[in-house]
Design a protein around this ligand. Structure first.
Ligand SMILES: Cc1cc2nc3c(=O)[nH]c(=O)nc-3n(C[C@H](O)[C@H](O)[C@H](O)COP(=O)(O)OP(=O)(O)OC[C@H]3O[C@@H](n4cnc5c(N)ncnc54)[C@H](O)[C@@H]3O)c2cc1C
Length: 285
């Protein structure tokens, strides 16, 4: 679809007013690394672009006692540059570091990665594993939604046409030893779109997994939590045998989900290695 108008916005309210007015006809542009490709391929949804890339209030990383808040315009490079995220939330840091090239990391934003709704979006699995919460606004309303409830179907999200993602809240567990990791398997190291990615978050007490969350990328129509593997592991002692058994469960869960796809056999086998690697890296890191 051709573009008829580009608005440049410098604050959240003016974007929300424009979205209210134009609804489906408008699309926001953050870093543009996905949207400009869509426009070039004539796959953009609306003919009006609202450039939000210079809205300062959506560009910050705020660290509080019990949570960290990422503005939706936080770039992958800004995450990689954060020593706090590198030390405390290593899986998120690894995912940001794995994205594209330096140019893509400098331009691409967390909000764009989430809202573009690609099954292979790299920042989404660690955010799912962290149980992140989205702050979404329209002109007259503000709401929060768990990221795990954001994806409704392939390329379909819970975002309404008059809404914008403002920020992402990551709850932090104080005084608990957190183990976290991210692994990505792509066709090659640089500029690769994930064929499989997996992120884990584990709370361990006396060798027992008190809480575990696992999320996958490129293993379904959208990034998702692996609840059956989580339920299998919760409350079990962390040892090689349990991890091996869980990797088999992970693999089995793909049989129905990816039925009929040519990649099924490859992914069923490869996911076992990716999962074991991400768990061992998380607990030894
Ligand atoms: C060469 C290349 C390599 C890439 N490599 C990777 C990779 O390794 N891993 C990976 O995950 N991705 C990769 N990507 C995809 C892309 O860079 C990411 O998805 C990026 O995070 C998109 O963010 P953006 O700010 O550029 O989004 P944009 O292109 O600006 O927007 C993408 C979509 O999200 C919507 N949107 C953006 N922000 C908001 C918001 N705040 N609220 C509501 N809607 C919003 C836009 O309207 C649009 O529909 C690559 C892309 C290219 C071109």
């Amino acid at each position: 679809m051709g573009i008829t108008k580009v608005h440049k916005a410098f604050d959240i309210n003016s974007v929300l007013q424009l979205l209210e007015k134009h609804r489906d006809k408008a699309e926001v542009l953050a870093g543009g690394t996905d949207l400009l490709v869509h426009i070039k391929e004539d796959k953009n949804k609306g003919d009006i672009i609202i450039d939000i890339s210079d809205i300062g209030e959506m560009k910050k990383i705020e660290i509080f006692e019990k949570e960290i808040v990422l503005g939706a315009l936080t770039t992958f490079s800004e995450i990689v540059q954060s020593k706090y995220i590198k030390d405390k939330i290593p899986g998120l840091w690894e995912a940001a570091k794995s994205v594209g090239s330096p140019q893509i990391r400098n331009m691409g934003t967390v909000g764009g990665n989430i809202c573009n709704a690609s099954p292979a979006a790299d920042i989404v699995p660690p955010l799912l594993a962290l149980d992140a919460i989205l702050n979404i606004k329209s002109k007259d309303e503000e709401r929060t939604l768990k990221l795990s409830e954001f994806y409704k179907d392939k390329n379909k999200t819970a975002l309404k046409s008059n809404e914008m993602l403002i920020s992402i809240k990551i709850p932090l567990q104080k005084n608990k030893k957190i183990h976290m990791g991210f692994e990505k398997l792509g066709p090659r190291n640089a500029l690769s779109i994930s064929k499989i990615s997996s992120s884990v978050y584990i709370e361990i007490e006396d060798k027992v997994m008190k809480n575990i969350r696992i999320a996958s990328g490129a293993l379904g129509g959208y990034p998702l939590r692996e609840y059956s593997v989580e339920n299998f592991l919760k409350g079990k002692e962390l040892c090689d045998k349990t991890i091996e058994e869980a990797s088999e469960k992970y693999s089995e869960s793909l049989t129905r989900r990816l039925a009929g796809r040519s990649s099924l056999e490859y992914k069923r086998e490869a996911v076992k290695g990716v999962f074991k690697k991400v768990v061992y890296n998380a607990i030894n890191g």
